[in-house]
Design a protein around this ligand. Structure first.
Ligand SMILES: [Zn+2]
Ligand SMILES: [Zn+2]
Length: 124
């Protein structure tokens, strides 16, 4: 009767998704074992009840870089994790030099902007 099985593709996709989840779960569990359940930014502490809001951030943003000593991981709450990526996106878009891993505040490319604006002749 049913030569083609429409459920088969779904199963394949589900399986692939499960494999990816398993990999994520792998380093997540490992990170949660190594590090205290505290957000690395806002220091919010987590318990078993809300630990799903604590996420694993990859310091070099490479999700395939998962050294077993956890040196590439950082535990961040959902909000700080979001901020972290937002900040890096802005940093990457704003300057020509790579700002990753650096304190962006140490270099001020617009330090003389105020001066330049002050010297600017009035428009027209
Ligand atoms: Zn946080
Ligand atoms: Zn991240």
């Amino acid at each position: 009767m049913s030569a083609s099985d429409p459920g088969r593709l779904d199963r394949v996709i589900a399986e692939a998704r499960r494999a990816a989840e398993k990999r994520d779960q792998g380093y997540r569990e490992q990170a949660l074992k190594i590090y205290p359940w505290v957000c690395g930014r806002c220091a919010r502490a987590f318990t078993r009840a809300n630990v799903r809001e604590l996420t694993v951030h990859h310091r070099d943003h490479n999700h395939d870089n998962n050294p077993p000593d956890g040196s590439n991981w950082e535990l961040l709450c959902l909000y700080c994790h979001d901020n972290e990526h937002q900040r890096l996106l802005e940093a990457a878009g704003g300057g020509s030099s790579p700002a990753i891993g650096r304190d962006v505040a140490t270099h001020a490319p617009f330090a003389d902007l105020k001066e330049r604006l002050a010297k600017k002749p009035p428009a027209k």
